[in-house]
Design a protein. Sequence first.
Lengths: 269, 269
Amino acid sequence: MRIAVYQTSPAYGEVEYNLFTALNALGSFRADLFVLPELFSTGYLFGSRKELAALAEPIPSGPTTRALLEFCRAEDCAVVAGIAEVSGRGSARKYFNSAVFLGPRGLLGRYRKTHLFNLEKKWFDAGDSGFSVSVFRGARIGVMICFDWVYPEVVRILALKGADIVCHPSNLVLPFCQAAMITRSIENRVFTVTANRVGKEKRGEVEIPFSGMSQIVDPHGRVLRKAPRTGEKLIAADVDPTRARDKRFTPGNDLFKDRRPRFYRDLVR
Amino acid sequence: MRIAVYQTSPAYGEVEYNLFTALNALGSFRADLFVLPELFSTGYLFGSRKELAALAEPIPSGPTTRALLEFCRAEDCAVVAGIAEVSGRGSARKYFNSAVFLGPRGLLGRYRKTHLFNLEKKWFDAGDSGFSVSVFRGARIGVMICFDWVYPEVVRILALKGADIVCHPSNLVLPFCQAAMITRSIENRVFTVTANRVGKEKRGEVEIPFSGMSQIVDPHGRVLRKAPRTGEKLIAADVDPTRARDKRFTPGNDLFKDRRPRFYRDLVR
C-alpha cells in the first residue's frame, strides 16, 4: 500500500483555489491513500465563528467532500483530509474541526477533533465523534487531528481498536509533535502519518507560522519519509499495514497483552 | 530542590560492594533527592528465580533499605532506588522488581514494577502496588521503573495523581526511552528523572549492554542534564517542583482540564 502525504500551503478562505491546487498535485501521483492537512481547503485563522460559518460545509454533501469523493472514484484511491464541518440546523447548528476518510465508493469515516487547540475553541465545537477505525484495502485506518497528538490516549485508543495506520491531518505550530509521533508509533506499534501545512497566517496582532516536516513513521519508530520545514511537498512510502499487527516488543513482551488495565482506572475518572 | 541522579555500574550479586560504592558517591554530594537505577544493589541478569531469591530483600527491613534509610537520616535527604524485593512467606512468597522512596524519617513509598521486561517475567512477579505519589519537602513525587516508560498510562496516572516529579530508576537496553521520556514530560507537564545504569552483564548466551544517558527533563521537555552513554556519573539540577503544577499549554489550553475522559473508556477495557 502506497501512502502519500501532501504538505500544502492553503490560502485563507480560498476554498476553490485550495481544492484545485491540492487535487492537481495529487492527480499527478499514484497512491492508495492520500493524507492532506487539517482544514486544507479553508485555511486556519478564522476571524470569528461567523467567518467559519461562511466557510464550513456539511459532510458528505458539501462541495469539498464531493470533489474529494469524485477524485477517489476517478483515481481509485482513498483520501483523508481536514475540513471545516457544519452540522445540524437552527439552534442545534454546530461547527466541527473534522477530517473525512473517503474511498472510491464513498464516505469511510468522519472524525471530529476531540481536543481543540487554543483559539479553535472560539470557533469550533468540541468533537463528539470519539475515535474509530475503518478498513480500506485491508488496512485498518484511524484518524486524529493535530493537537490530539499531545494526548497519548488518542493513538492508544485507535491502536486498541485495531488501527494499523493513524492518519494525522495537522496545522502544527509548536515544535514538539513530530518527535512525539515517533514515540506514539513505538508505544503502539502503528504507522503514523502526519500531514502538516506550511506558510503563515496573520490576522491583526496574531501571526501563526506552520511548521511543515510532515512525516510517515513506521511501527518501530523509523521515519520513512519526512518533508522539509518549508515548501509544499508530496512525500510517499510503500508500507505493509499488517506489520502493525505484531505487537511483540521483545521475545517476552507483547505490548498490548502486557497492558494491565485494572491499574489504569484513574485515566477515565 | 536539588535533584541528583547517580548513573551506576553495579557488579552482579555484589550487594555490599554496590551499596558501598553508591553511598560513597552520593555522600560526597549535596542534594535533596537522589535517584539511583533499577536493581542498583544486585545487578540485573539473574540466572534463575532461585538466584534472585538469594539476593532479594524485604522492604523496609532488609539491609539495603536500612542502609539507604540511615544515609537519608545522616544526610537529611531523600533517595529513590531500585531494589529486588521479597514479600510474604511460604507459598505466598513473591518477588518484585521494586523501588523504594526513602526520606530522613523513614519509608515514603514503595513501588512494584507493573510492566516487566522480557526475561524479568521469569524471575519476578508482576507488580501489585499500582501508582502512587508521596510528598517530600513540598514536592509531589511519583515512581515508575524502566520499561514502564513504554506505557504512556504510567506517567499520565502519576501526573493525574498530582506528581510534580516522576523518578524513573532504569536498566535500559533499547535506545527509544530517553526521547520518549521527553514526550512524557511535555504531555504531562512534569519533571522526569531517569536514572539509568551502564556496563554489560553476561550469562551464557545472553549479553545485555545498558545504555546510560541518564537524564533530568523539565515540564517543557527541556533536558536539564544528561549523562554520557558510558561511565558512572553523577548529574544534578536545581528545580522548582511547583512549575509542574501549571498545566497551561497555550493561553486557551490546560492540558488536564482539556482531557475528555468520556471518550477514553476503551483504555480500561
